[in-house]
Write a protein that binds this ligand. Structure first.
Ligand code: NAP
Length: 296
């Protein structure tokens, strides 16, 4: 396994990026970081990271740069906007997009960067804010295998499971499948809670059963308890799940595969974001059901 010994770039220090970058520092990597809202980078500065003023500056100082941004237009902005990464990138560098978008966007970014002979990996993650904090993410990667091997040590210092999926877009493809399951788990958990409460089943008994039997999942373990407590703050924003379902359902359409559940989940999350709840956590789905009259 090759080790990345040079400085490592990290762009996007949101709910996921900040703890992921912190784990790289804790594992001995020297980081050059950039975040659009500068104040969010300060805690990493205190841990020894170099704070850059633009993606361009990150690129000029690093061979491998990781990013985890909201959506594809944001990746495009960071790559090609004012002070964009591409201006400072050098032949042989590697840019890794760890946010969730789509295989076709991954191929577009790869092609755009290939003009400067920069390699591209799509490497979305799953495991939530907790996985990012604990360094236990699952990371799924698409792109040239030699570039993957160069960056592998970084993935291993942020996650517990790293899956190389194949050519560019393979990471995003796996992530879309993952999000179909994640979304439907949330719908199921919400409906189970509402039925249980209406029928007089205590939350503690419902949790005991769901978390120990065949219904157990990340959602049941981590988000159902928050929903029960009325804690709707984001680990994973509802607007982001809507984005993911939108990508997943449009790919399914292209493939000619009916996805009844994912399409319903997309409608539910579209409604929830229309209610102004997009910045809440995905567990705020209960608010939508409450709004249509399911409250006891
Ligand atoms: P977040 O907290 O909203 O952070 C988004 C980051 O992207 C922030 O650093 C933001 O900068 C930056 N950004 C957005 N648009 C930008 C632009 N146009 N130019 C420069 N920077 C920009 O989101 P997150 O929860 O960390 O999620 C990031 C990605 O990971 C998303 O694709 C999401 O779907 C995916 N993901 C999230 C989770 C989760 O549980 N949260 C799990 C797996 C995957 P500012 O600080 O300036 O706003």
């Amino acid at each position: 396994m090759q080790k990345v010994s040079q400085k490592v770039g990290f762009i996007g220090l949101g709910i996921m990026g900040l703890p992921m970058a912190a784990n790289l520092i804790k594992n001995g990597h020297q980081l050059v970081v950039y975040n659009r809202t500068k104040s969010r980078a300060e805690s990493l500065g205190a841990m020894g990271a170099e704070l850059a003023g633009s993606p361009d500056e990150v690129a000029s100082k690093c061979q491998v740069t990781l990013s985890i941004l909201t959506d594809a237009p944001d990746v495009e902005q960071v790559l090609t906007g004012g002070g964009g990464y591409i201006n400072g990138a050098k032949k042989g560098d590697i840019f890794v997009d760890m946010g969730t978008n789509s295989p076709s966007n991954a191929r577009r970014f790869a092609s755009l960067l290939s003009e400067k002979e920069v390699k591209f990996l799509d490497a979305p993650v799953t495991g939530g804010q907790k996985g990012a904090q604990d360094g236990t993410l699952t990371i799924m990667v698409g792109g040239e295998e030699s570039a993957f091997e160069m960056a592998r040590v970084l993935f291993e210092h942020m996650g517990k499971k790293v899956v190389y999926g194949g050519p560019t877009g393979s990471g995003q493809l796996l992530k879309m499948c993952n999000q179909i399951v994640v979304a439907l788990d949330m719908v199921a958990s919400t409906e189970a809670l509402l039925v249980a409460r209406k029928a007089g089943v205590p939350d503690s008994k419902l949790f005991d059963v769901l978390s120990s039997g065949a219904a157990n999942s990340f959602t049941v373990q981590n988000l159902l308890p928050k929903m029960m407590k009325g804690d709707f703050e984001p680990g994973f924003r509802a607007a982001h799940l809507k984005k993911d379902l939108s990508y997943a359902t449009s790919l399914s359409r292209e493939l000619g595969i009916p996805v009844f559940g994912a399409s319903t989940a997309l409608q539910l999350y579209t409604a929830l974001t229309s209610m102004g709840m997009g910045e809440k956590g995905t567990q705020a789905l209960k608010k939508l059901y409450d709004a249509v009259g399911t409250q006891p």
